[in-house]
Write a protein that binds this ligand. Structure first.
Ligand code: NIG
Ligand code: FE
Length: 427
């Protein structure tokens, strides 16, 4: 048998978490904690792909290493797939630290919104920015994300709220996708809020979205998903349904900001329209969870948002797991409700606030997150044939990931077979 020549061999990992459980599709119930752990693990990479995964002995026997192969010693380290962040609003201008302080003094997100802050404050700043400025503002955020182990991220529009500014954001995301290592998956979120100029005639805004903006976004292939903020203060069920079904007709799969601030039936709507995911789900009812399970909707949970909004209420993750709804984790990175790029911090919060085990949180931040953005076949686990997105962590046991919090323990990031972060010994 011809031995496979490798470009990169990672060997000797104290714990290699393959996330391969032999199952296809996102995991829940009894299977959610399956890490596919190999002691003394190794991964072989050729080009942008993983070509073999196993024990170090096995790979040294079965593969060929020559002078051009980069051999990386991962002894005493944990090795995982790259983290996947399936819900961000990272393309924005301006920050809202004033609102952060107002909340500390007792104001709620909704009160701040009502007095002119919130999403509309960011919309103003984004409308004033050029596409180039948006790109320059997003680049350092993406660099931080990569440094903290994120190799793929979903990004939403939603701070333009008119044809030109929504297209400007989506075009910025498209350019960003080619100008730094993280793969970006774009989502159209024109229904983030009714913009000020349409407040007295919201029907016209829905018309604008369904008749003009969605067709343009689809024609220019600027988004893969269509999202709606379905909430009393944003878009009601009927409006949300109309927008999501229009998006679907134009080939944009539905996603939905559901039950974030109140029990509003967003989970049920997600099931009805065949959404790939429903996100937030802080107030979701048992009935909503059942419907999600029946129709295969993933739950994307954002514990950083409850934390940052200083809310005592978190999504009922344990009930979801019991109901066998697949759960994923994301940052929600945005200037209003969660200003962080760090998925490891979200994993920490998922353990403390959602009561996940370390293993469950790692599944939710890798393979399940990949399925929540339609990428489960290609990323999210270390398996032969998948994209070589790999993280080497500066600790020997995976349970240390949520436990040692607030610092960066990523030592190396490999994206599509390229070493893009190397900070050995600096963590
Ligand atoms: O996911 N829920 C709506 N959108 C964001 C907040 C956006 C903002 O406040 O700028 C969220 O929490
Ligand atoms: Fe969001």
């Amino acid at each position: 048998m011809m031995k496979q020549r490798l470009d990169i061999l990672i060997k000797g990992a104290a714990e290699l978490l393959t996330l391969n459980s032999g199952l296809k599709g996102p995991r829940s119930g009894d299977q959610i904690g399956e890490l596919g752990l190999i002691h003394q693990g190794a991964v072989g990479i050729k080009g942008d792909r993983i070509v073999c995964v196993g024990t170090t002995d096995q790979l040294l026997r079965e593969t060929e290493v020559d002078e051009r192969t980069r051999v990386i010693d991962a002894s005493g380290k944990v090795v995982t797939p790259g983290l996947v962040d399936p819900h961000t609003h990272l393309c924005f201008a301006g920050t809202r630290e004033d609102e952060f302080e107002e909340r500390i003094k007792g104001a709620t997100y909704q009160e701040i919104e009502a007095r002119g802050g919130g999403i509309r404050a960011t919309v103003q700043r984004v409308r004033q920015a050029t596409k180039e400025e948006l790109i320059q503002l997003a680049l350092p955020r993406l660099e931080r994300m990569l440094n903290y182990g994120t190799t793929t991220a979903e990004v939403k529009s939603g701070y333009g709220l008119n044809l030109n500014d929504e297209l400007k954001i989506l075009e910025a995301i498209k350019e960003l996708n080619h100008s730094q290592p993280i793969e970006l998956i774009p989502t159209f979120l024109g229904a983030h809020q009714v913009p000020e100029e349409y407040r007295e005639r919201r029907g016209d805004y829905i018309e604008l979205l369904t008749k003009e903006v969605i067709p343009q976004v689809a024609e220019r292939r600027l988004a893969e998903f269509c999202d709606v903020f379905c909430e009393e203060a944003a878009f009601n069920r009927e409006e949300s349904e109309k927008i999501l079904l229009t998006g679907k007709r134009f080939g944009l799969r539905p996603k939905i900001h559901a039950d974030e601030l109140s029990p509003y039936g967003g989970a049920e709507l997600a099931a009805e329209v065949g959404a790939i995911s429903a996100d937030h789900l802080v107030y979701t009812s048992p009935q909503g969870m059942k419907r999600m399970k029946e129709t295969g909707v993933s739950a994307v949970l954002l514990p950083g948002t409850s934390y940052f909004l200083n809310s005592p209420r978190y999504a009922p993750a344990r009930e979801m797991i019991q109901e066998e709804v697949p759960i994923a984790l994301a940052t929600d990175l945005n200037p209003g409700s969660c200003m962080t790029e760090s998925m490891p911090l979200i994993i920490n919060l998922a353990c403390l606030k959602l009561k996940l085990t370390a293993a469950e949180a790692i599944v939710a931040a890798t393979i399940n997150a990949a399925w929540a953005i339609g990428r489960g076949e290609n990323i999210g686990s270390l398996e032969k044939g998948k994209l070589a997105d790999v993280i080497i962590w500066g600790f020997p046991h995976y349970r240390i990931l949520p436990y040692h919090f607030g610092v960066n323990l990523v030592e190396m990031v490999i994206k599509a077979g390229r070493v893009v972060v190397e900070r050995r010994g600096r963590s």
